[in-house]
Design a protein around this ligand. Structure first.
Ligand code: NIG
Ligand code: FE
Length: 406
């Protein structure tokens, strides 16, 4: 076949996506053909090259001695912000407590002060710098939450910065409105919940600035009832639903996510077996954030609780001023070395399952019809992605069929 297509061939292993019987279907000596940004063929190199002679391709990429994997999907980040909280990291290591820091006006509220002062262009540029790092570590789709504005104007400013960065950067962004991240100092909590519902949500929806609404349902943040009120209204507005659930305290966020048929419930450090079952029964993606447990120095989420209940968990970086790694490679390494996930389950969690956490079943897999989003790892096998920890094996990134990083 002739035409404007790209062929990546000769991969030691090509990870196609979830298999029927195995966590992942892996093709040895794999090749993939991409036309107009979309995958049109996947298989073994010999067979693919017979039908698509490399001399007819616009671009051929030799992936011998390398591994081809779907582009990583980071389904939970707070990647747009201003300011620096590295001193809080040092303070936590000296004994300070994350929630105590927040209660004293630091943490999220400190970032809120910095974001309110920043211009939209500054926020966009900060985000673009982070996106470059995320891309270099293999992420091709990234969710970004607001939540450091806590006023209509600043929440919209954050989300406009996300839209502006999305238009300029190869990574595809998915925007989430998180007005209910903390109660700002100028309002009492009831007043603020009303403000989120009556003013922020309609403004965000009218301007088309978000796909999802999220709520931080936890001690020191929002109660289950407050979260339910906000998420129900977001649902009526047509937004998808996400929730920060059972991170520090078990307030019932996971059950709420199940009741509301949310897309994902995230964190889940304190979740129980019954929470896990409720999520599995409702088809809510349990999204685990090993970087957060790692940096907070607390126990990792028990992923087997969720697999025993019948779910495939997603993993995400939770990149934010408190959890400062934008690398999904690191996330996979922590999911395996820290949480004890099998390498293939972790890779699936960072690709196809993370894509489900964004209602994008076309992403995170290398199938005919899926976008040509893939990464080439300078590794002898996919196992090396977590096995060789502390390094970045990403050699090249292809987004919609175009080499965007090498
Ligand atoms: O997902 N837990 C709540 N929100 C973020 C942290 C945000 C921050 O500390 O700035 C999280 O970990
Ligand atoms: Fe978060």
């Amino acid at each position: 076949m002739e035409g404007s297509h790209t062929i990546v061939h000769g991969a030691e292993e090509l990870v196609r996506g979830p298999g029927t019987d195995d966590p992942l279907e892996v093709i040895e000596d794999g090749a993939v053909v991409i036309e107009e940004g979309v995958i049109i063929e996947v298989g073994q190199t010999e067979e693919i090259e017979r039908r698509f002679p490399p001399e007819n391709a616009t671009t051929t990429i030799d992936a011998s001695d390398q591994v081809v994997v779907p582009g990583l999907v980071d389904s939970h980040t707070h990647a747009v912000f201003a300011g620096d909280r590295s001193d809080e990291f040092a303070a936590r290591l000296a004994g300070a407590d994350y929630q105590q820091i927040l209660a004293e006006g630091g943490g999220i509220l400190r970032t809120v002060r910095a974001v309110r002062e920043a211009s939209e262009a500054e926020l966009r540029d900060n985000l673009l710098d982070i996106l470059d790092l995320m891309l270099a570590h293999g992420s091709t789709t990234v969710e970004v939450k607001s939540g450091y504005g806590l006023s209509t104007e600043s929440e919209c400013k954050m989300l406009r910065a996300v839209a502006a960065a999305d238009a300029l950067h190869p990574i595809e962004l998915v925007a989430t409105f998180l007005g209910a991240h903390a109660v700002p100092p100028e309002m009492d909590r009831d007043e603020y919940v009303d403000h989120v519902i009556d003013e922020q949500l309609p403004a965000v929806v009218d301007a088309g600035l978000a796909t999802y609404c999220d709520v931080f349902c936890d001690e020191g943040a929002f109660t289950r009832d407050e979260s339910a009120r906000i998420l129900r209204v977001a649902d009526e507005h047509g937004l998808g639903l996400k929730i920060h659930a059972e991170e520090f305290a078990r307030l019932g966020g996971a059950e709420l996510a199940a009741t509301l048929n949310a897309t994902s419930a995230d964190h889940l450090l304190q979740a129980t077996d019954s929470d896990a079952q409720a999520l599995a029964d409702a088809g809510v993606v349990p999204t685990l954030l090993p970087g957060t447990a790692f940096t907070l120095g607390v126990e990792y989420a028990d992923f087997e609780r969720f697999t025993d209940a019948g779910s495939w968990p997603a993993i995400a970086s939770d990149f934010n001023p408190n959890c400062h790694s934008p690398s999904m490679v690191m996330t996979v390494q922590l999911a395996t070395h820290g949480m004890g996930m099998a390498p293939d389950m972790a890779l699936r969690a960072a690709t196809a399952e993370a894509a489900h956490a964004l209602d994008r079943p076309d992403l995170g897999r290398l199938d005919e019809g899926s976008p040509g989003d893939l990464i080439i790892l300078d590794s002898p096998s996919r196992l090396h992605l977590p096995y060789s920890f502390g390094i970045n094996p990403v050699e090249a990134v292809i987004k919609d069929g175009r080499v965007v990083h090498d």
